[in-house]
Design a protein. Structure first.
Length: 200
């Protein structure tokens, strides 16, 4: 099933679940360590350069950012989803009090926002077995509902050599692998994410 991207736009930023927009659409949240490439990946999905703000410096995204994305499919017509860009986990250089507040707000949002249908966990291809990523998996699976899905996508796949690529694919058979430089399988990844958001 193929989904054609019609348009995507920034909607709003929220500090916590109370500030989030009306829950009109199914939501896809992008999670992962700071600097893993969450904002870049959203731009890749939406085929825009600067929709979500990315940066070489970790800690760029500091709020819960909502992007409305619209898609077209022959059988289903027009579909709309919110893509949600989040601050990264494990960024050390912000004040401790601010970090705790972010975490509390973020945890509340992740656990209580009914419209989240898909959690996309992004992992750096060069560091596939970090403790912080393992913790994230167990954290999410503890409250994952039956109508929600959890997927893993490895970013920065271009940074690996052929041997490392083969090894990573063998170790994570259900994951997808993405490169913002090569963009080779982005159409396949898009369709895969949308199907999962629809619960298929
Ligand atoms: N080579 C390569 N670089 C990438 C890829 N994806 C992201 N980057 C780079 O990684 C850096 C961080 O990207 P961001 O998208 O800002 O990361 P983030 O996860 O949103 O970071 P925070 O907002 O700080 O949590 C940027 O310099 C991107 O250009 C990729 O697939 N390949
Ligand atoms: Mg970001």
């Amino acid at each position: 099933m193929h989904y054609q991207l019609l348009r995507s736009s920034f909607v709003t930023s929220a500090q916590n679940i109370l500030e989030c927009p009306s829950p009109l659409f199914s939501e896809v949240v992008f999670l992962g360590r700071s600097n893993v490439g969450k904002s870049t990946f959203i731009n890749l999905l939406c085929n825009q350069k600067n929709l979500a703000k990315s940066s070489q410096t970790p800690g760029k995204t500091q709020l819960i950012n909502f992007f409305l994305t619209e898609w077209f499919n022959q059988n289903q017509g027009i579909l709309k989803f919110y893509f949600v860009d989040l601050p990264g986990f494990g960024y050390a250089k912000v004040a401790k009090t601010q970090k705790e507040l972010w975490n509390k707000n973020l945890i509340e949002f992740l656990q209580q926002r009914d419209n989240i249908k898909l959690f996309v966990h992004l992992i750096d291809s060069r560091h596939p077995f970090l403790e912080i990523d393992k913790n994230l998996v167990s954290f999410i699976t503890r409250f994952l509902r039956k109508d929600q899905k959890f997927l893993q996508i490895f970013t920065k796949f271009d940074k690996l050599n052929a041997n490392e690529k083969a090894k990573l694919k063998k170790a994570f058979t259900t994951a997808k692998f993405s490169s913002s430089l090569q963009k080779t399988n982005i159409v396949e990844i898009r369709d895969f994410l949308i199907q999962n958001t629809l619960g298929k």
